[in-house]
Design a protein around this ligand. Structure first.
Ligand SMILES: [Zn+2]
Ligand SMILES: [Zn+2]
Ligand SMILES: [Zn+2]
Length: 342
């Protein structure tokens, strides 16, 4: 490939996946302007630099570098960038970030970084690719993206995401403690939500007033009949009872709706769901609740379900991502840390 057809240096890299060798003809001057690492490599202290000064074109094998990442970088540095943006995905972006970090190119590639992030965000499968995005944001030293991606992680990663991350070799490059920090925070948020869920039961227990329900019940077959029914026809029973909304029926109804949206029993959903998932189930419980008594919207069941949904939404909304500055300053993430950057 010839990012610069008149270039004075040939760089060879292997493709990570196919092992094929690609040779790039590049301009040593351009690379020196962009990267202090290349400045050194082509300077007078190395053989390559000396060859250049003698007017020869050195061939340099960059053993550890991935050809497809370097190809994007060389194209951009030689004003030929843009063509490969469609192929960008989270893992590719993370690899690119590793190479940019190695050659100290974050400044030279500055505006491209935002373009890549926007492109990947449009197409990525968040729960699987957030680790790569966090790694890329860290290596590009992009505080804003890091915060946004970690905020998303805190909301949509279910506990147990660690296993998936540990199977990805690249993610070992994430700064110490990030994974733990996410786990601890997700767990804490889930605990909060679970506590709110249980508090509703207590509140329902304390509101003891009963209200009439505009329905009748046949004691023989257990059927619920409309308020105007005079008789249960299948049973020939005209001794129909009034139904009541009481503390006990409200609690029973509460747990029934939780069970329906799979929030009860709590062990499983809270052990393997994300915060966003739990909050949306709570909202579904509220909207699926078909309760009708003479208290209307001031029935304790309705009131407490509304409060619960509001609280759950606020908990999710209140989640703030991690600060990359703090992580870099203290060489990892400590949960007790106070941030003055965001
Ligand atoms: Zn009946
Ligand atoms: Zn009621
Ligand atoms: Zn901070």
């Amino acid at each position: 490939m010839e990012p610069d057809p008149n270039g004075d240096v040939l760089l060879e890299c292997k493709d990570q996946n196919s092992d094929t060798l690609t040779t790039f003809r590049v301009s040593s001057k351009v690379l020196q302007l962009a990267s202090p690492v290349f400045t050194g490599m082509f300077g007078p202290h190395f053989r390559e630099g000396q060859l250049l000064q003698q007017g020869e074109n050195p061939v340099i094998r960059l053993e550890e570098d991935d050809a497809s990442s370097m190809s994007i970088i060389f194209d951009i540095l030689h004003f030929r960038g843009g063509g490969k943006n469609d192929e960008m995905d989270a893992e590719r972006l993370a690899r690119l970030a590793i190479h940019c970090d190695k050659y100290d190119l974050a400044k030279a590639l500055g505006p491209w970084v935002s373009v890549w992030f926007e492109n990947v965000k449009k197409t990525m499968e968040p729960s699987e690719e957030l680790g790569f995005m966090l790694l890329a944001a860290h290596l590009f030293d992009n505080c804003g993206e890091f915060q946004e991606m970690s905020e998303m992680a805190l909301k949509i990663l279910p506990l147990g995401f660690e296993e998936e991350w540990e199977s990805q070799e690249l993610l070992a490059l994430l700064p110490m403690g990030i994974q733990d920090a996410i786990t601890i925070r997700v767990k804490r948020t889930l605990d909060n939500l679970q506590m709110e869920l249980q508090n509703v039961e207590l509140s329902l227990r304390y509101s003891i007033r009963g209200y009439e329900i505009p329905q009748r019940m046949c004691m023989l077959c257990g059927r619920t009949l409309p308020e105007v029914a005079k008789k249960c026809h299948p049973c020939y029973n005209s001794d129909l009872l009034v139904k009541y909304c009481t503390s006990e029926t409200r609690i029973a109804e509460y747990f029934a709706i939780l069970r329906k949206v799979e929030l009860w029993p709590t062990v499983q959903p809270f052990g393997n769901s994300s915060v966003a998932d739990i909050v949306s189930r709570i909202a579904r419980a509220q909207s699926d609740l078909k309760h009708d008594c003479t208290a209307d919207s001031s029935c304790p069941l309705i009131v407490h379900m509304d409060t619960l949904t509001g609280k759950a939404r606020r908990i999710e909304k209140g989640i703030i991502g991690l600060c990359l500055r703090c992580i870099k300053e203290s060489d990892g993430w400590e949960d007790s840390q106070r941030c003055n950057h965001l």
